[in-house]
Design a binder for this molecule. Structure first.
Ligand code: SF4
Length: 332
């Protein structure tokens, strides 16, 4: 997208009830609040500034959402990138063809040819963003981390939508400042936060954990560490490298194999000296629900306590969440 001269913007706003109820006219209520909020914000005009929407086949909710969106909120460009669920056989080859099809659609829409040189340049710029974010996350391994979990996710989210050169400049400044600073946050139980998407605005649970004295020192979120963890291989041909990176990256649970994500989480528990894991499950997010028992079993084996929290974008369960988080933090 960047190489075509188009400004990429991730649709990830959430955390408010009004858009979810707005979307109820067009979507069934047993979709997760994030998918409903995407549609709701579009209907409310929040995404009027966009010229097009490209989405991929992640969970069923997101797979079907663009078809409804396309019908009721018109845009000049719509693209659905198909993504196999398995890693084996010809799956990667198929995905690579999808990436090439996407490239062609972007060229046609923008009128700009996406050359290998442009792609190589974009890969370098985005790899720089990824490396800077990873370094900022690594600084949270400290005994008294310099930055909270909620702020870290907000930084990643900003990096997803900021103009690239400004983004890298700001991230570089932040990294340098954090490297010089030694005044960390106060001590507390070290938490790894995993689960459904943390949308821009959906900080209810993360805020509660940190207000109650927990330190979220790392995460396994698509709007967190999974966004930047893997680099695109700069030594390969650009299309090959991009398709490999997005296909073989630490997967979201919509991919069939849970092992890679589980290994990532288990490694993070060691690297960041984790005392407990909080598993955030947006209501009706079946993809993360399916993985939960496997995570529970594996974390029990290494004696890391796990708390699963099911919630949505309402404020009604704050008291209940507070009690459960408080008890969990006390216990660990
Ligand atoms: S993966 Fe879960 S949270 Fe994300 S859109 Fe699908 S159902 Fe919603």
């Amino acid at each position: 997208v960047h190489a075509a001269g188009i400004i990429p913007y991730r649709i990830f706003k959430g955390g408010e009830e009004e858009p979810t109820t707005t979307a109820d006219t067009y979507l069934q209520r047993n979709l997760c609040p994030f998918a409903r909020a995407c549609m709701g914000y579009a209907l409310m005009g929040h995404y009027d500034f966009l010229d097009g929407v490209a989405s991929t086949h992640t969970c069923d909710a997101i797979h079907r959402l663009p078809y409804v969106w396309e019908k009721y909120v018109k845009k000049p460009f719509f693209f659905q990138l198909d993504l196999p669920r398995v890693f084996e056989g010809g799956a990667h080859n198929y995905f690579k063809k999808e990436v090439i099809r996407f490239k062609g659609a972007l060229e046609q829409f923008s009128g700009n040819k996406i050359t290998d040189d442009k792609l190589t340049n974009s890969i370098k710029i985005y790899n720089k963003t990824r490396s800077l974010l990873k370094r900022i996350y690594e600084l949270r391994k400290a005994h008294e981390p310099l930055i909270s979990g909620t702020d870290s996710v907000k930084i990643v989210q900003a990096a997803m939508i900021l103009e690239r050169e400004t983004c890298n400049e700001l991230l570089g400044e932040l990294k340098n400042e954090l490297e010089k600073n030694s005044n960390g946050l106060k001590k507390g139980p070290r938490i790894l936060f995993t689960g459904s998407i943390i949308a821009d605005g959906d900080y209810k649970v993360m805020d509660l954990i940190e207000q109650l004295g927990g330190l979220i020192v790392t995460d396994d979120l698509c709007t967190g560490s999974r966004y930047f963890w893997d680099l695109v291989d700069e030594s390969k041909s650009p299309i090959e490298a991009i398709s490999e990176r997005y296909f073989f990256q630490i997967p979201c649970p919509r991919m069939k194999s849970v092992k890679k994500r589980l290994d990532h989480v288990l490694n993070l528990t060691k690297e960041f000296k984790i005392d407990g894991v909080i598993y955030y499950n947006l209501k009706f997010c079946e993809t993360f629900q399916y993985d939960y028992p496997i995570f529970k079993k594996e974390l029990e084996k290494i004696e890391i306590p796990l708390l699963r929290l099911d919630t949505d974008y309402s404020e009604l369960d704050i008291g209940q969440l507070r009690t459960r988080i408080e008890a969990f933090l006390e216990m660990i």
